[in-house]
Design a protein around this ligand. Structure first.
Ligand SMILES: [Zn+2]
Length: 419
């Protein structure tokens, strides 16, 4: 980690300091363009800036090595050959803050007719992963005997189809971030091999292997093939989706659809578990190591200054309540420091690439454990209209239960905000 602490502090826009080297960035990220923050001058008061850092984005002082908060401005340590720090000037008060520049409208900002709480809003649906021929590579695939394979990318694709219908009926213009089984990125593992090798070298992996022997190979992570696949489906794909969301679709809200999983071991002989749970994730809880990366620091500030958390937190709570009611699932409890609890037991803050890079508000859903016995059985039942008895309880198909609950939570939140 390299930090560039500066002793000077003034209220000007930038300070020229001696030449210094570019700071490290995440894999496949470019050095950020810090002038992106210029439109946010005087759009936030000091108290709210500190509150958002401490309560949502970088709790426990995680921000203190890269941001200095003065009385009138925050100095954001900025890398690059220009050798300048970015000074973000605070608004003198919340009431005197300038309008926030952003492409999305918050719930309540548009007039909506009765019964159409989403009219005039564009909602993007982002079914997680790829599914289909990519499902094994992305390790979101398992199969038991002659049963249909379980593929997260396909389950959430079907949920997205139902959700599209529900949200459209509520007045929304619905757009999909990906199509079925088709990557948004134009990169493929083959084109990422060189970067994969460089990453392995940077991490000090030795020996570096060329390829690996299937999903159960314990040394797969040390291979260029496995790493290039990971870069393709987890990094390049999400970056391409973020570009599509922010530059092409520009929605008022993005709903990321996922299912959770517990460790299942061999995908050809997976372990089914009893655990089944639900949680939603809101961008936040950055750690000092993440903020030492220039792109991540820059992206956290874009999220914070865009004030998407004002929508993300209460809306996620609303959707979580609706999903909890429909599914009966208990909240998931993290046993690592990656996520942090919020006011709702079902909503945590966590820094994921998708909820960080999508600048509009994001509702990121993680209901159901894919390899729980009950979810496996329900997916094998397929999609159906009405209800069927499952363990003595009449239940909708898992796909419709998921979609209906998300639509209900979103509609209730927007309706509560409408004028
Ligand atoms: Zn997922």
């Amino acid at each position: 980690m390299r930090y560039f602490l500066c002793s000077l502090f003034c209220a000007g826009l930038t300070l020229t300091l001696p030449l210094r080297a570019a700071e490290p960035v995440s894999v496949l990220a470019l050095q950020p363009d810090w002038s992106d923050l210029a439109p946010f001058q005087k759009t936030i008061a000091r108290a709210e800036f500190l509150r958002l850092l401490d309560s949502v984005y970088a709790p426990d002082g995680a921000w203190k090595e890269c941001i200095e908060v003065g009385p009138d401005a925050a100095r954001i340590h900025q890398p690059g050959e220009l050798g300048t720090d970015f000074l973000l000037q605070f608004a003198p008060s919340a009431a005197a803050a300038r309008p926030i520049p952003r492409y999305w409208s918050a719930p309540g900002e548009r007039q909506t007719p009765a019964g159409q709480p989403l009219a005039g809003y564009t909602l993007a649906l982002d079914p997680g992963h790829l599914g289909g021929r990519w499902a094994r590579m992305e390790e979101r695939w398992f199969k038991i005997g002659h049963a249909d394979p379980m593929m997260e990318g396909e389950i959430v694709w079907r949920v997205a189809q139902h959700l599209d219908e529900r949200l459209t009926a509520l007045g929304a213009r619905v757009v999909l971030v990906r199509q079925q089984g088709t990557p948004v990125t134009s990169q493929r593992p083959r084109s990422l091999r060189r970067v994969a090798r460089t990453e392995l070298e940077r991490e000090g992996v030795s020996p570096i292997r060329n390829s690996y022997d299937g999903p159960n190979d314990p040394q797969k992570m040390a291979s260029v093939t496995w790493q290039s696949e990971l870069l393709f489906y987890r990094v390049s794909e999400i970056r391409a989706r973020a570009h599509r969301v922010n530059e092409v679709l520009r929605p008022d809200l993005t709903i990321c659809l996922h299912c959770n999983a517990e460790e299942w071991g061999d995908p050809a002989q997976p372990q089914l578990v009893d655990k089944n749970h639900l949680h939603l994730l809101v961008n936040g809880n950055y750690h000092p190591g993440e903020l030492a990366l220039a792109d991540t620091r820059h992206e956290m500030l874009l999220k914070l200054l865009g004030r998407s958390a004002r929508v993300e937190l209460p809306l996620s709570e609303r959707v979580a309540a609706s999903l909890a009611r429909a599914t009966g699932l208990p909240p998931y409890e993290y046993h690592s420091g990656k996520a942090r609890a919020t006011g709702s037991p079902y909503v945590c803050t966590r820094n994921l690439l998708a909820n960080r890079l999508y600048l509009c508000p994001v509702v990121y859903c993680e209901p159901y454990v894919m390899n729980s016995q009950v979810v496996f059985d329900r997916v094998q039942l397929g999609d159906y209209e009405g209800t069927r008895a499952i363990d003595g309880v009449e239940r909708k198909s898992l796909y419709r239960e998921y979609a209906d609950a998300v639509a209900e939570g979103v509609a209730a939140y927007f309706a509560g905000k409408s004028k």
